[in-house]
Design a protein around this ligand. Structure first.
Ligand code: MTE
Ligand code: MO
Length: 311
């Protein structure tokens, strides 16, 4: 596994053009006074690109460099698009439609609701957080996600006392996601879950942006979950439903390989995967090896939730 390193002369577009030079059509029309009051209101309430970049939360610091944007957005696990070639995912997302995007909040809650993503984005203040991400396959990255605490969404949903777990269900759109029919034996849609205290943990983030911009499709647009102390597959992409349930829910990867992918899947360098060691990781983009940390370095936030056996 090797990622092409950009040569000095291949200046990323982001650095060549100041981001503030981009305005969407509605903002330009509104600014020029062509839309009238309704247009201005529409531009103000439904345009979520103006929410980025969000203010960085200084609590979350890294022990390494931020992964270059081209690497984090060019090397992806998103099996609905391409299960074989991580560098091809970004080239297969073109047909994926991420607006409008209704999110269903269902199950054991007092406030079941279907919310459009853009309304959701205006209901919860966004912040940026630098987090490490450790894939179970051993590659890792460190990136600035934008989002809001999952705990805020859970409080809004107002779970009933019987709700002990939260499930997340990704979209399944074979016409837009070419990997689904190519890998038809997988139990689509992708689905994941967390215990309620894990979901309420400070670190659990509803993510809608990356590198100060709306989330790229290959990273799970328009909305995903990120749980940085767990292997990357516990961070489901492009979710359309959040369901509150009473029993430990099944998960996509546990269904595929029950002996290899447990429900908790907390990062643990001392517990090898049945087919490889987890002691070290390969850091994008150069894939240099470094030691993997217990709970991916987030022990102080999460160790208290466990009795030391949930890996
Ligand atoms: N729906 C869906 N979510 C998913 C996956 C997937 O294939 N489908 N892959 C997971 C895995 S294995 C990892 S490591 C991370 C990768 O996220 P990234 O591509 O943004 O780095 O997404 C996770 N979420
Ligand atoms: Mo992964």
């Amino acid at each position: 596994m090797f990622i092409k390193i950009r040569k000095g002369w291949e200046i990323p577009e982001r650095e060549a053009t100041p981001e503030t030079a981009y305005l969407n059509r509605r903002q330009i029309l509104a600014a020029a006074g062509f839309l009238g009051l309704d247009g201005l209101l529409a531009a103000a309430t439904t345009d979520s690109s103006s929410l980025y970049p969000a203010k960085r939360n200084p609590e979350f610091t890294l022990d390494r460099e931020i992964t270059p944007e081209w690497a984090a957005t060019g090397y992806n696990n998103f099996y609905e698009f391409n299960a074989e070639d991580k560098q091809a995912v970004k080239d297969e997302v073109g047909k994926f439609v991420t607006r409008p995007w209704p999110i269903q909040i269902t199950g054991l809650v007092n406030n079941p609701k279907t919310l459009d993503l853009d309304d959701l984005l205006h209901q919860f203040p966004l912040e940026e957080r630098l987090y490490r991400l450790r894939c179970v396959e051993a590659w890792s990255m460190a990136v600035p996600w934008t989002g809001f605490p999952l705990s805020a969404l859970i409080r809004f949903a107002d779970p009933k006392p019987q709700a002990k777990y939260v499930r997340f269900i990704s979209v399944k759109r074979p016409k837009e996601m070419p990997g689904i029919n190519r890998e038809s034996w997988y139990p689509w849609p992708y689905y994941e879950g967390l215990r309620m205290d894990e979901a309420m943990n400070t670190l659990s983030l509803v993510v809608t942006g990356l590198y100060g911009k709306p989330l790229p499709k290959q990273n799970g647009a328009p909305i995903r979950i990120v749980t940085p102390w767990k292997y990357g597959y516990k961070s489901p992409k492009s979710i359309e439903r959040i369901e509150f349930v009473s029993k430990e829910p099944g998960t996509f990867w546990n269904r595929m390989g029950p002996t290899e992918y447990g429900f908790y899947s907390n990062v643990n360098p001392r517990k090898p995967h049945p087919r490889w060691s987890q002691a070290t990781e390969k850091v994008l983009p150069n894939m240099e090896r470094r030691a993997t940390l217990l709970y991916n370095g987030y022990e102080k936030y999460v160790a208290g939730m466990y009795n030391g056996k949930e890996f």
